[in-house]
Ligand binder design. Structure first.
Ligand code: UT7
Length: 319
């Protein structure tokens, strides 16, 4: 029998503070209409002052463990995908481990920006299939509000904060992760980056993005990577029940679905309420759809994301 990594439960945490598009209208030269029509975003959550990425990740992890009916000591590895850690080190993952009062197993962060959760999920799957771990908590958590330039209308309206988590468990059978496809090309660094860091400026810096250039890469590369992962899984786009995309822009999501010949009824959309939460966006979308009972056992789900690096990828799984 084949050992696969099955999602046992999902979890989510969104900060209390909700900020509507209109909030930006007296800060920068923008409008609710522009943001809605160009991005599909209507509102986003922002972390409270003092609220950190690890605190949000702990809440999402607790929610996932509760829904799985598991205690933290049943987890033997913990991976957090984030580009906005509390501190340069230690990792957010070890802070989550401590927050769950867990003293066993191992914990580390993955940094692949908006593609971080896809990269973390693929790595967790590799560890489960190689027998290194039986149960892995995979979390995406971000406080992008801390790296936004509030004077740059091209970026500050796009992002939100939050955390999502899944409990992955080794199981025999046909359900679980079927295939993944990961890609990076560091020559595209200037398209999306943060202009500060430990070995350069010594401070965290602010997010810089060539939005329309990235848009074109996203539309092309997301469909490509999704097709590659579906192909590796021995499936075709006709077999796909749900697309759970990175939630950066509703127009990118629609264009990707169209290239995959998927009707929008098969696409999970949270971008209107969450904005772009980077590595948290896919686990949050999974958790929202799961909580709403939208997935059935055996459904084929495709996730895909692209972010700074550029890094992009896709994971295909059977629910
Ligand atoms: O999570 C990582 C992945 N991220 C992405 O995939 C994001 C990809 N990019 C995008 O989603 C879109 O490119 C944006 C939403 C960022 C921008 O939409 P766009 O349709 O590509 O617009 P644009 O950048 O080509 O800008 C069009 C116009 C410009 O004005 P001019 O030069 O035509 O006069 C911008 O200055 O829209 C202007 N603009 C705005 N106007 C009102 C840019 N931001 C805003 C704004 N409000 N917030």
């Amino acid at each position: 029998m084949t050992i696969r990594s099955v999602i046992r439960a999902t979890g989510q945490y969104l900060p209390e503070r909700i900020v509507e598009n209109s909030w930006f209208e007296d800060k920068v030269d923008t409008s609710d209409e522009w943001i809605r029509s160009r991005t599909g975003i209507e509102r986003r959550h922002f972390a409270a002052e003092g609220e950190t990425t690890s605190q949000m990740a702990i809440r999402a992890a607790e929610d996932a463990l509760n829904r799985a009916g598991m205690s933290a000591d049943q987890i033997d590895a913990l991976i957090v995908a984030t580009s906005t850690p509390d501190l340069t080190f230690p990792s957010v993952a070890t802070m989550v481990q401590a927050g769950l009062s867990l003293k066993t197993g191992f914990a580390f962060d993955v940094q692949a920006v908006c593609a971080g959760f896809v990269f973390a999920l693929a790595n967790a799957d590799g560890m489960i299939r190689s027998g290194q771990a039986q149960r892995v908590l995979v979390i995406g958590a971000e406080t992008f509000s801390r790296i936004l330039d509030w004077e740059d209308r091209g970026t500050c309206v796009l992002f939100g904060d939050g955390a999502g988590a899944v409990v992955l468990e080794a199981a025999e059978g046909e359900r679980g992760i079927l295939a993944s496809d990961l890609n990076s090309d560091g020559s595209y660094r200037e398209i999306l980056y943060v202009d500060g860091g430990v070995s350069t400026t010594g401070n965290a810096g602010k997010l810089r993005m060539q939005g329309n250039v990235l848009f074109r890469h996203a539309v092309e590369k997301l469909a490509e990577t999704a097709h590659a992962a579906i192909d590796k899984a021995g499936l075709t786009p006709q077999d796909v029940d749900w697309l759970v995309p990175h939630q950066a822009n509703a127009r990118i999501i629609a264009a990707t679905a169209q290239r995959m010949h998927l009707p929008m009824e098969k696409v999970i959309l949270t971008v209107a309420d969450h904005g772009n939460t980077s590595a948290a966006s896919i686990p949050l979308a999974l958790a929202v759809a799961d909580a709403a009972g939208r997935f059935s056992k055996g459904d084929v789900i495709v996730t895909e994301a692209i972010g700074g690096g550029l890094s992009w990828g896709s994971v295909v799984l059977r629910w």
